[in-house]
Design a protein around this ligand. Sequence first.
Ligand code: ADP
Ligand code: MG
Length: 594
Amino acid sequence: MQDETTLNVKKQQETASGMSLYFRLLGYVKPSIVYFLLSVFGYILYSSMQPALAALLKYIVDVVSNGTVVEGRMLIPMAILGVFLVRGVGTFLGSYCMAKVANNVVFDLRTSMFNKMVTLPSSYFNNMPSGRLLAKLTYDTERVIDSVTQAIQVILREGLTVIGLLGYMLFINWRLSLLFLFVIPIIGLVVRYASKRFRKLSLKIQNAMGGVTDVASEAIKGHEVIKIFGGNEYETRRFYKAVQENRRSQLKMELTKALNVPIIQFIVAISLSLLIWMALDPAISSSMSAGDFVAFIGAAGMLSKPMRQLTSVNSILQKGIAAAQSIFAFLDLDSEKDTGSKTADRLKGDISWKGLTFSYPGMDKNALSDVTLSLPAGKKLALVGRSGSGKSTLANLIPRFYDVNDGCLFIDDENINDYLLDDLRKNIALVNQQVVLFNGTIQENIAYGGLKDASEEEVIEAAKAANAWGFIQELELGLQTLVGENGVLLSGGQRQRLAIARAILKNAPILILDEATSALDTESERAIQQALDKLMENRTTIAIAHRLSTIENSDIIAVVDHGQIVEMGSHSELLAKNGAYAQLHNQQFSDIAE
Ligand code: ADP
Ligand code: MG
């Protein structure tokens, strides 16, 4: 299953061509086009100052060699200041405006990803580790933008610099420049080959450097096992080997790094010498002044850095493309299906299951098979059975967290797929074991989402009904106490009571309680049970409980086993039957007696 999805993702990534990716990314740049153009303008300013520097060099040399220093005394320093001023303004405009564009794009990418995320079907969240999802939202978006802006910067700034410098060289001596242009690609290739080899080498070494942390973290996590089974010596030896390997690799890496720079610089020096050798050819040099000569060589020297950066653009872009692919694949995921069109302001709450079969996406085994059951409006259904038998699954299909594979589920004689998803869910309140409290006050957590307009009186009323008002009052800030991520710590039972208050406030015709009181002690459970009983009065309720005593007075009790309903009836009927329910009942009874 895992392999299959990764394979699919790979295939998807290959088919999405680089070009269409660029255009899609470019679409995000469009709204910030003004800043983009300003940034381009900044880089033009910056790059035009490189040849200006070379020209200044020529002027200085000519002035000195002609002995006309007096005129240049003021002019040259002023010109230098001017050149650097313009260059500075260019750098500022270029990088700041590009950062502005980049941050706008990150903003748009993140918001559209989050908007997508809240519409994804539940099955997606089950299969995706939350850490990886968060990484997509934070790390991947930043990586895309980093690499794309870096690439654009290099292409614009260095590309324009190269054009400017070459133009200036052509202007000084076109014949020499043409010769130089002929040599450039050859040098470029050599440099590129060399740096590629170095990169490959260092990558290989880097990969060999894991090990140390692996061994160490295993030893830390398994310290008890190591002690009991006398693994000290074995682990020590293993760690010694890993560290030794690491030292070797590290030194190899430093060696290649230390060789890399001088070798590449030497190749550049070879090319410059070649150029000077050509320039010193009498036929060529005779037509040049000393200033021309110096400026020409200077410009050629200035070319080497931008040229080198231009050759690395591709590898920078590749990194961004990989991240962009992951982001766009996420944005292209299918949202939850919402094909129904029936509105439902307030349903009555007649629920019936007809031959319903369901298996979780990617699973072979059926979690539910052929469930047929009908629950009239206002009645109470209890689902009992061993853990893993399919009770929660049965309940979760009502709000369409998953789509039914086979058979149907009707509410008020309409297939639930025909309702608008929002309208369907508006009619259902759900409390389950995993209480989720959001970062906010208690009041915000009870009056959450669609309930946010509830008045304080209503919230208090709900809290009282859920037997939560007592502990809320004892908190210093009462309803305004912060809970959730970084609020006060509430006990499992207190959290559950807040969740029940939330459900009570929702006042929906259909109520699902999936082990809603499992975290409570018997006493508070009993207190809440009264509240819940009142709440259930004229609503359709599906209650899943592990303590059978809480569901004895349900209208229908269904025993679920291996995804099937094996027994159904009222408490007394089922006891009389002396079957699966009676067995469960007796078990709990004897547990309590013990
Ligand atoms: P119960 O609520 O009765 O304890 P569940 O309805 O949670 O049982 O689970 C029924 C079966 O479905 C179990 O075999 C469980 O392993 C499987 N199951 C539950 N949730 C998922 C899921 N998200 N993905 C795949 N299988 C699941
Ligand atoms: Mg369950």
